[in-house]
Design a protein around this ligand. Structure first.
Ligand code: URA
Length: 210
């Protein structure tokens, strides 16, 4: 197993993830749970943001207190399931800019091809949190990271919900400098590239499509 992976095993995250995995959970509840988990995960993913001291005045006197310093954040969602994680993160870091990357799988090469990429103009000056709930083969995340790097992004964290061992190993190999934050690591992929046991198709469950 690659060593650049952080499993966020907070009890609240694990409890909500169990509800999310359950096939009887409908789209409304799925959306709400994914949103809540993304917010809880963002708390951990932003744990190493640098702070600086400032002087403020409380109603009682002067105080030196800390605020976030350094680069600003960008949340980049891989379409379409990544959309389900952006709002939860933005609730904690409302000043973050949001970008979108759309990928489809070429039926001949089976490689992901980008059909849409809209990023904040100052992406090279921002710390990036790339979001996609399911890290399966790692092909989409690999492509998205390459795109981000081509556009000048230098500091990228990958945040997913469930990762396969294969996907983690692939991303660790291709991008050893990109830490992976996940709520769970699942055993394997099936013949259709779905994570087992996973939660099914995250996009379909989120948007009620099939
Ligand atoms: N994408 C999904 O939505 N689910 C999987 O299990 C794998 C990829």
């Amino acid at each position: 197993m690659g060593n650049n992976v952080i499993v966020l095993d907070h009890p609240l995250i694990q409890h909500k993830l169990t509800l999310l995995r359950d096939k009887s959970t409908g789209s409304k509840e799925f959306r709400e749970l994914l949103d809540e988990i993304a917010m809880l995960m963002a708390y951990e993913v932003t744990r190493d943001l640098p702070l600086k001291e400032v002087e403020i005045e409380t109603p009682v006197g002067k105080a030196r207190s800390r605020v976030i310093s350094g680069k600003k954040l960008a949340v980049i969602a891989i379409l379409r399931a990544g959309l389900g994680m952006t709002d939860g993160i933005l609730r904690l870091v409302p000043a973050a800019k949001v970008g979108h990357i759309g990928l489809y799988r070429d039926p001949d090469t089976l490689r992901p091809v980008d059909y849409y990429c809209k990023l904040p103009g100052d992406i090279q000056e921002r710390d990036v949190i790339l979001v996609d709930p399911m890290l399966a083969t790692g092909g989409s995340a690999d492509e998205a990271i390459k795109l981000l790097e081509q556009k000048g992004a230098r500091s990228i964290k990958l945040m997913c919900l469930i990762a396969s061992r294969e996907g983690i190993e692939y991303i660790n190999h291709q991008h050893p400098d990109v830490p992976i934050y996940t709520a769970a690591i699942d055993e394997k992929l099936n013949e259709h590239g779905y994570i087992v046991p996973g939660l099914g198709d995250a996009g379909d469950r989120l948007f009620g499509t099939k």
